[in-house]
Design a protein around this ligand. Sequence first.
Ligand code: ZN
Length: 254
Amino acid sequence: MSKTAVISDIHANLHALYAVMADYQCEQCDAVVCLGDVVGYNAYPQECVNEIRAIGCPVVKGNHDQEVVSLENVTRMNPLARQAMEWTRSCLDEDSIAWLRRMPLQRIAGQDFVFVHSSLEQPAQWNYVLNANDAAGSFARQLRPICFCGHTHQPRVFMRRKGQAVIEVPEYWQQLVVEGQTVVQLETDVDYLINVGAVGQPRDGDPRACYAIYDSAAATVTLRRVEYDVASAQQAVRAVGLPEYLAERLGTGL
Ligand code: ZN
């Protein structure tokens, strides 16, 4: 495998998922991995489960995937997330619920990378990796040169050069911008923790869908942004009666 599309946090946004699938096919990716949170927040949970299962890619479990199948945890969520979660559960068939339940928390892909929804440090605790200190906890358990994660819905790159402290790679370091896409040139003797952003609910102020392509031959990770039909995704959220705020945030990317 040489070009792998790494997608995360689809969150039942079928319009965004289709746009990302078209983009990675256009980029000739020959593999896909999914970092979880297939469901939650948006209007197409069953459809997105069907699409991800049809791709047949390895998937790890996100907190929304877990909470939709375990009623008792829903009380810990904020009211908006809970309302969306209860609606989501009502949409899913038994087979999809069993599939969500079966997902592992982390996976290894050959010698190159591992992937997890939140952090390799206690993945079932769903901690957010927001800074170099949080990242260090994950790096301590990282047995491959690269770990891909999601969960914060914000693309970010952390690195650890052998014998040095973990740092967040500032955006101006993320080297080339090729055709408007950010390319990270991977160095040898450096480990990386790369948050690939969110397909279905970006939270970094850019409403375009976000995912990554790992090119093992070129030793690059490209953080790609993809335009999609945000208005139709918003309309679908409103049509099924999910909270207005969930439609609005798709427009602002926050
Ligand atoms: Zn998420």
